[in-house]
Write a protein that binds this ligand. Structure first.
Ligand code: GLP
Length: 265
């Protein structure tokens, strides 16, 4: 299905850094800036390998006690269907283990769609209500899938969808199989914030590193805004910052404005 979207588009700020470590340090700085200005903000966090260096940099800041993260509320981007929050492979467990525990954010302030709910649709609705009750998400951090997905919004997802149940593509299941014993263990469905939920965030920071993401980054920010590349919807949001490394920026044409940083920033 091809649905080219005609609505206001904005030029995201694209920052190019030498490698994943510099990207992580930069994105952590964007988050600490937000916390300094609004210590009780709600932020949205993704899982995956890409944010690893960002989370490591945040843990280092927390360990130095330079910033107090404990007032934050965290909303997960997505969750697998069938995994309870306590399951070590659930995204809720992953985010607590990799980020929020070390940042001193209490477990009851880390929200995610309930993967083990008997009524997943109702769980999606409840999640939307929890986000609204927190006053909305001030900063949503995103990775990007090789097929251009954000959260678990696969190509073809309508841009007006809010948190919903989705079937994972085989590519996405294969990409995520490394976090499981085998491919058969990867859940077939997930609950994900929808494009419309993501676009409600005050600011969106998309991170991408490595050559495998270069094509998805180029499709997201060049050419049509289309459901064929879910990340392209970000061009309809007025405050998007794209923080990538040199390898992930490699397929962007020269005509796309960007700010290139050296190792020293
Ligand atoms: C999963 C997550 C996405 C993430 C993507 C890319 O599908 N649902 O939120 O952006 O993987 O993951 P990685 O950063 O490991 O490449």
């Amino acid at each position: 299905m091809t649905e080219a979207i005609r609505r206001a588009t904005f030029e995201p700020v694209i920052e190019v850094w030498p490698g994943p470590i510099e990207v992580g340090v930069r994105v952590a700085a964007l988050i600490t800036d937000l916390v300094a200005a609004t210590p009780h903000a709600a932020i949205g966090l993704p899982t995956g390998s890409t944010p690893g260096p960002t989370y490591a940099a945040l843990r280092a800041v927390a360990a130095s006690r330079a910033v107090d993260f404990s007032g934050l509320t965290v909303f997960l981007l997505d969750e697998y269907v069938g995994l309870a929050a306590e399951n070590p492979q659930s995204y809720r467990s992953t985010i607590r283990r990799e980020v929020t525990n070390d940042l001193g954010i209490a477990a009851d302030r880390v929200f995610g769609p309930a993967g083990d709910a008997s009524d997943p649709e109702e769980a999606c609705q409840r999640y939307e209500e929890q986000i609204a009750a927190a006053g909305g998400i001030a900063l949503q951090l995103l990775g990007i899938g090789r097929n251009g997905h954000i959260g678990f919004n696969e190509p073809g997802t309508a841009f007006d969808m809010r948190t919903h149940v989705t079937e994972l593509s085989e590519d996405t299941r294969e990409d995520n199989a490394r976090f499981f014993v085998c491919l058969a263990d990867v859940p077939t469905h997930a609950l994900t914030q929808g494009p419309a939920t993501i676009l409600d965030a005050g600011r969106i920071v998309l991170i991408a590193t490595g050559a495998a993401k270069a094509s998805a980054v180029a499709r997201a920010f060049v050419g049509a805004v289309s459901v064929d590349c879910p990340a392209s919807v970000l061009r309809t949001h007025p405050d998007v910052r794209v923080v990538v490394d040199t390898a992930a920026a490699a397929a962007l044409p020269d005509s796309v404005p960007r700010v290139v940083h050296g190792a020293e920033g």
